[in-house]
Design a protein around this ligand. Structure first.
Ligand SMILES: Nc1ncnc2c1ncn2[C@@H]1O[C@H](COP(=O)(O)OP(=O)(O)OP(=O)(O)O)[C@@H](O)[C@H]1O
Ligand SMILES: [Mg+2]
Length: 248
């Protein structure tokens, strides 16, 4: 089972949009895929037309009184399930803090799912928190959307340094440029140059496109409602690259 997480300390950079499209594409490739929407805002859940509710809330899941698989819902797509977001996830840090190994709790909870899923995607809220630390320990690959600016690369280096200090297995960090605006010279320049210079930045990039914003109205991945669009192609290229690089 490959566990991938979209993560960035910054908000609004394209984490959820990537998780939703990559999850869809993984499922299309025949991988039994689960997306866990860890954000109390539950945007990924909304995009898959699933009700953002977990019986017993985050507490039942984190305490282990309700196994994860009981909370999982199907989506409209074959091979793709979702563990919905829930507003109670806003307290997840407190719940995790009560657990025996607070930073490994999510990793432990995912263990039994290896029977049923080939790919698990974790969509993390923007923050540095116990939730995000759990996600970094649970994932084999961290996918980091970056807006092409000089400072965004600094954020990536901070994350890489943090992960390098982990005891035991360390996730691979793969960043990619997100919301690339071709009209901005700085965006073009950074999105072209840095993937050549750095192994940890994917060469596939996601352009800023109005059709991607339409996902909220269509309530589907752009790769599903506009499969031949430039946006869908960009996510396909990104998924192909990640798939090759992420450990099974
Ligand atoms: N490539 C893109 N082009 C245009 N709009 C985009 C693109 N990617 C995402 N968006 C839009 O930007 C907004 C934020 O995207 P998204 O929710 O994926 O970011 P996020 O990092 O998950 O945010 P949060 O930190 O709040 O969870 C959404 O309205 C989304 O439709
Ligand atoms: Mg999000």
């Amino acid at each position: 089972m490959r566990v991938l997480a979209t993560y960035n300390i910054k908000g609004g950079v394209g984490k959820t949009t990537a998780a939703v499209n990559l999850g869809y594409l993984a499922a299309r490739d025949g991988f039994r895929t689960l997306l866990w929407d860890l954000d109390p805002q539950a945007a990924a859940t909304y995009l898959f037309r699933v009700r953002a509710r977990v019986k017993g809330g985050g507490k039942a899941l984190i305490h282990g009184t309700r196994p994860l698989d009981e909370a999982i819902k199907g989506t409209d797509f074959d091979n793709l399930d979702i563990l919905p977001g829930d507003f109670t996830y806003r307290n997840m840090d407190l719940l995790l803090d009560e657990a025996k190994r607070p930073t490994r709790r999510i990793s432990r909870l995912l263990g039994p799912l290896a029977r049923d899923y080939d790919v698990v995607l974790l969509d993390c809220p923007p923050s540095v928190s116990l939730v995000s630390e759990n996600v970094l320990h649970a994932a084999g690959t961290i996918l980091v959307p970056l807006i092409p600016t000089t400072l965004s690369v600094r954020t990536l280096d901070q994350l890489t340094d943090f992960v390098a200090g982990f005891e035991g297995p360390r996730p691979e960090v793969i960043a990619f440029f997100s919301m690339v605006d071709r009209r901005k010279r700085i965006h073009r320049e950074i999105a072209e140059r840095l993937p050549r210079e750095r192994d940890d930045i994917a060469s596939a990039t996601i352009p800023a496109l109005a059709i991607i914003e339409r996902m909220a109205a269509e309530r589907e991945p752009v790769a599903a409602f506009a499969p031949r669009s430039a946006a869908a192609r960009a996510y396909r290229d990104l998924w192909d690259e990640i798939r090759k690089r992420s450990p099974e």
